[in-house]
Design a protein around this ligand. Structure first.
Ligand code: HEM
Length: 522
């Protein structure tokens, strides 16, 4: 019954690594089939044959121009399409719960808001996203500590509480608006430099990717790393490239059972090299920043940093924990922002009436000023609804996951044994027509319609609960400041040749093709 999955996995591994031993396939089959799940499934028996790959353990994706070997790209494309299709197809074919496997990973999919709520309400004291991860394996191998994305239990809780004070409290986050505004100002200048005389910019996501990295760096280090300079420093380009390749290799390393890593070492080796560079990059920046502070102290000056690395370094945590957390925050703050900003402008360019109303809202609130601050955003409901709607249509993390380790749980009347990987199909619920009428249409005003109130777990792009996105407030502030400022400076129009762009899953949800836009000076 699980043969389809294994065949598929095997073929992919074969393609990538050139495996030809049929015995590998059998091994894979036996290993997968040996996992037992005591769940009764609704729907057709062939649900068991459903092929699916979800990589909820790795949250982030390579941007469009990942420097990957063409074979790797083909494989990723297959993964992406399967991943994306599987949620909607699974829901359509099998109902709101089904089980599927990919290679060694077996998972129960949940694709209904009320059932997702049931799962999340039963997560324990220290929720776990996944117990399988090549990211964790890498840290163990190199003797690094885990950051917030990868740590578990008490270790996770300790850092979460410390960082939460600076990342989740509204007042603490508002204090970053000046820092972020200076990055937004550089973004506007960069857009002016990039655009053709007719205002065209090709592949807007790649510009926003650099903006994301510069934004999160400014919050982490209170200093700039030059991503928006005309010539981007080589170390920064290498960091960006390492993220890209690491994401692609994440998919490959997860798809292969660990024993295959020894037989076909290249994906794992490249994956480790990418992480090595990312850890090194973060360490260099942290050490540089700490050295500046130490020098001030030695001159008898008072040091009072307002940046996250400073707060972390003052807590008494081991430096290894500081390094790993900063590395993971850098990573977490890049693609998420780039993707959401790209989709926002894509949709606004195709809905000029919404763009005009939004611009008017910003102008009304600013009363002649050109630079919005954090406090202004509170009076911009359409701006907030726009970002909500963009994240409903294009949730950066289309599938999240949980592993409940303490006990078996009941979901929708079925028993899910403890330690089962449960995939939460957020993409499927946020495009479900029974929850959101005209689900594929961009309609920010739907969020104002009280009579159309939807289930609170139907669109949860930042997750819910104790393990939800800790960068949410910073991300929202950054998006609001950037969007409002771009709309003040430019009329954003679609690419005149522009075909529509669809989303696809590359671990995260990304545009299938490059997004080209026109930025007309106002
Ligand atoms: C549009 C922007 C973003 C979206 C949609 C997003 C979404 C998410 C989601 C869905 C999760 C998993 C939550 C869960 O498992 O319940 C997550 C976790 C996380 N995000 Fe974000 N994120 C965004 C931006 C950011 C930014 C800017 C940062 C850093 C400043 C960040 C840092 C993190 C971290 C560290 C975690 C792990 C939290 C933990 O396990 O305790 N995110 N994010």
């Amino acid at each position: 019954m699980l043969r389809v999955n294994v065949d598929f996995c095997f073929r992919l591994c074969q393609k990538f690594a050139g495996i030809h031993h049929y015995s590998c396939k059998m091994h894979c089959f036996i290993k997968t089939a040996a996992i037992s799940v005591r769940v009764i499934f609704r729907g057709h028996a062939s649900a068991m044959q459903m092929m699916s790959f979800n990589a909820p353990f790795s949250l982030f994706h390579p941007p469009n121009k990942a420097p990957v070997h063409p074979r790797g790209q083909v494989i990723c494309k297959v993964f992406e399409n399967l991943c994306f299709i599987s949620q909607l197809e699974g829901l359509h074919k099998y109902g709101p719960m089904w089980k599927a496997s990919f290679g060694p990973i077996l998972t129960v999919h949940v694709a209904d808001p009320a059932l997702i709520e049931q799962v999340l309400r039963q997560e324990g004291l220290h929720p776990m996203r996944s117990n399988l991860s090549s990211w964790k394996d890498y840290r163990k191998l190199r003797g690094h500590h885990c950051g917030l994305l990868t740590s578990e239990g008490e270790e996770w809780q300790a850092v979460r509480s410390l960082l939460g004070k600076h990342m989740l409290r509204p007042k603490a986050v508002e204090a970053y608006d000046k820092t972020l505004n200076s990055v937004v100002a550089d973004l506007i200048s960069k857009l002016r430099l990039c655009k053709s005389p007719q205002g065209h910019i090709t592949d807007i996501a790649s510009e926003f990717y650099r903006f994301g990295l510069e934004g999160i760096s400014s919050v982490l280090f209170e200093s700039r790393i030059g991503c928006l300079d005309l010539v981007v420093p080589e170390e920064t380009e290498r960091f960006i490239s390492a993220i890209n390749t690491m994401f692609v290799m994440t998919l490959l390393t997860m798809a292969m059972p660990s024993w295959l890593h020894q037989l076909f070492p290249k994906p794992w080796r490249v994956f480790c090299q990418c992480w090595d560079y990312m850890f090194e990059f973060a360490k260099v920046h942290i050490d540089r920043r700490m050295a500046v502070e130490a020098e001030k102290v030695s001159r008898g000056e008072k040091v009072k940093g307002r940046y996250l690395t400073y707060f972390l370094s003052q807590t008494g945590l081991p430096m290894k924990t500081v390094y790993s957390n900063v590395t993971e925050l850098l990573l977490a703050g890049v693609d998420t922002i780039s993707s959401t900003l790209s989709w926002s402008l894509y949709e606004l360019s195709r809905h000029p009436e919404v763009q005009a109303s939004l611009r008017q809202e910003v102008l009304n609130v600013l009363e002649g000023r050109r630079t919005p601050e954090a406090a202004d955003v509170a009076r911009m409901p359409l701006l907030k609804a726009t970002v909500k709607e963009v994240l409903r249509l294009y949730p950066v993390i289309p599938a999240n996951a949980r592993v409940i380790t303490e006990r078996d749980i009941q979901v929708g009347g079925y028993l899910i044994p403890k330690d089962t990987l449960i995939t939460l199909c957020h993409f499927a619920t946020s495009r479900d027509p029974t929850v959101f009428p005209n689900p594929h249409e961009f309609q920010p005003h739907r969020w104002f319609r009280k009579e159309q109130a939807h289930h609170p777990y139907a669109s949860v792009p930042f997750g819910v609960g104790k393990r939800s996105c800790i960068g949410r407030r910073i991300a929202e502030l950054e998006l609001y400041l950037a969007l409002s400022r771009i709309l003040l400076e430019f009329d954003v129009k679609p690419d005149p040749k522009g075909a529509s762009v669809k989303p696809m899953t590359r671990t995260l949800l990304v545009p299938e093709n490059v997004i080209n836009l026109q930025f007309i000076e106002r």
